[in-house]
Structures are given as structure tokens and as C-alpha cells.
Design a protein around this ligand. Structure first.
Ligand code: CA2
Length: 145
């Protein structure tokens, strides 16, 4: 298996750079994807970067990562706070290393964002560092290969 890492992005993250730059920064998701591919190249990781607004599609992709990838980075967006389906999907691909990433510090925001159903089944979680969190996660996963 090649050193492929799936980077999955959940609902509304396709709006990055177009709205709410004060919270999420000015980069578009396409720019973040390019940065991730560049960072991956430097450390020998092929990055497969995707976004969906649909919970079931994210579940399908997590299962695909379990079969085809060496690691998974996921920003589940608002599904972090609601989705048992994504929690179960991540459990089902264990022991695949999984990094949960959030652009914003979810603990410094509204109370309903403080709990993520994903954190307990992820290897680790990074939040609050903007798009750089994805690069941090790539390095963290590469250290486990
Ligand atoms: O901080 C993060 O990365 C979040 O996962 C982003 C989610 C939010 O629901 C989580 O609590 C934390 C929201 C992504 C929405 O992105 C937008 C981007 C531009 C304009 C509007 C929404």
C-alpha cells in the first residue's frame, strides 16, 4: 500500500474563504487542499483531499479509507457534534490512525461545539490553528507509519 492519507471535510467547508473569514480565515478549501498536497509531497505522503455536505458520503469515504489508506484526517464540520454514524464508521476502521482537525478552537466557541462524537474514536485531535492544523495532522500521522 502506498502512503496515502485521506483528508475528508464535512458540511459547509466548501464555503471557506467565501464567508465568515473572521472565524475560519481567508483561504478557500481548494487552497487548503493544494497546501496539504504540497506538505504531503515533502514527507512522502499522497494526499486524497475531499469534501462532502452529506453524512452518508462521509461514512462511505471513511470505510474506503479503511481499505485504501494508511491514515485519515477528518474535519467533520458540524457533524462532529451530532453524528453517531461518523463515530461508528471511524470505530469500524480501527486501527487506522485518525486525526480529527478543526480550524477553530471548538472549546472557545458556543457550548454546543464543545463536544465532538469523533474525538473519542480518533487517535488525536487538533483544533484552533486554522488550516495549519491539517499540516500538523499529516506530520503526526507520518510519524506513526
Ligand atoms: O472549526 C472547524 O473546523 C469546524 O469543524 C467548522 C464547522 C463547525 O460547525 C464546527 O463546529 C467547527 C463549520 C464549517 C462551516 O464553514 C463555513 C465556512 C465559511 C462560511 C460558513 C461556514
Amino acid at each position: 500500500m502506498t502512503n496515502t492519507v485521506f483528508i475528508l471535510n464535512g458540511p459547509n467547508l466548501n464555503m471557506l474563504g467565501k464567508r465568515e473569514p473572521g472565524i475560519y480565515g481567508g483561504k478557500t478549501l481548494d487552497q487548503i487542499g493544494d497546501d496539504c498536497r504540497d506538505a504531503g509531497k515533502e514527507i512522502g505522503i499522497d494526499v486524497d483531499f475531499r469534501q462532502s455536505n452529506h453524512e452518508g458520503v462521509l461514512v462511505d469515504w471513511i470505510q474506503e479509507a479503511g481499505a485504501a489508506a494508511k491514515g485519515l484526517i477528518i474535519n467533520p464540520g458540524a457533524y462532529s457534534h451530532t453524528s453517531i454514524a461518523i463515530h461508528d464508521a471511524i470505530r469500524s476502521v480501527s486501527p487506522l490512525p485518525v486525526a480529527e482537525v478543526h480550524l477553530s478552537n471548538i472549546h472557545a466557541r458556543e457550548e454546543f461545539r464543545h463536544h465532538s462524537w469523533v474525538t473519542a474514536v480518533a487517535t488525536g485531535m487538533i483544533c484552533g490553528f486554522g488550516p495549519y492544523g491539517y499540516t500538523m495532522a499529516l506530520h503526526a500521522l507520518a510519524a506513526r507509519f
